[in-house]
Write a protein that binds this ligand. Sequence first.
Ligand code: TMP
Length: 225
Amino acid sequence: MTFQTTPEIGRFITFEGGEGVGKSTQLARLAEHLRECGFEVVTTREPGGTPKAERLRNFLLSGRAAPLGPLAEAALFSAARADHVESLIAPALNRGAWVLCDRFADSTRAYQGARGGVDAKTLALLERAAVGETRPDLTIVLDLPAHEGLARAASRRDGGDEVDRFESEKPDFHEELRQAFLDIAESESERCCVIDAARSVDDVARAVRAFVHDRFLAHAAQAAQ
Ligand code: TMP
């Protein structure tokens, strides 16, 4: 289906969840679908998405920032985010593209906040400084029991990737993270949608698509008829 009308401004959709829940796969599936509908789609990820932010990604995921503590890590994730928003996300949205981002500020709230113990006020200040008005229109939280996500992440690594800074944390850490994402989704239910990621890739992709259509495209489809 090709849409004749494009939104005046682009839509910003983020994918969140613990390790191995399938964010990258589902983001790619949604991007493919939206392109088939005729939209310009920019896919990106955090930490990263720009050359400067990718350098910070390498530093953070290597674990070299860990001894500095969660507050320093939150500041570094936010510094990467500020560059990402300013150089890539905001310009894409301003020209009417859809931006699909693998993780965003909710990951800082969950990993450095709920799990790392950085207080919510400090994180809110960092978040405002990094993102300004560029906040997600929709956040898809993919939900999966932590042990299943970790098993998927481990099987993905059969290709040789090393365990990163956060994957190597204990199982309790990951179960608490799952709850942290669910709590964020509950407290901002207008923005967030929780999708059960235990189903097949195709079923989850269908659920994501249905949600995006209901939220953003149903009226455009009617207008195009
Ligand atoms: P991933 O995108 O491959 O899952 O790797 C990113 C890792 O960084 C993941 O373990 C979550 C973590 N992370 C944070 O701790 N805080 C953040 O703000 C972001 C964006 C990611």
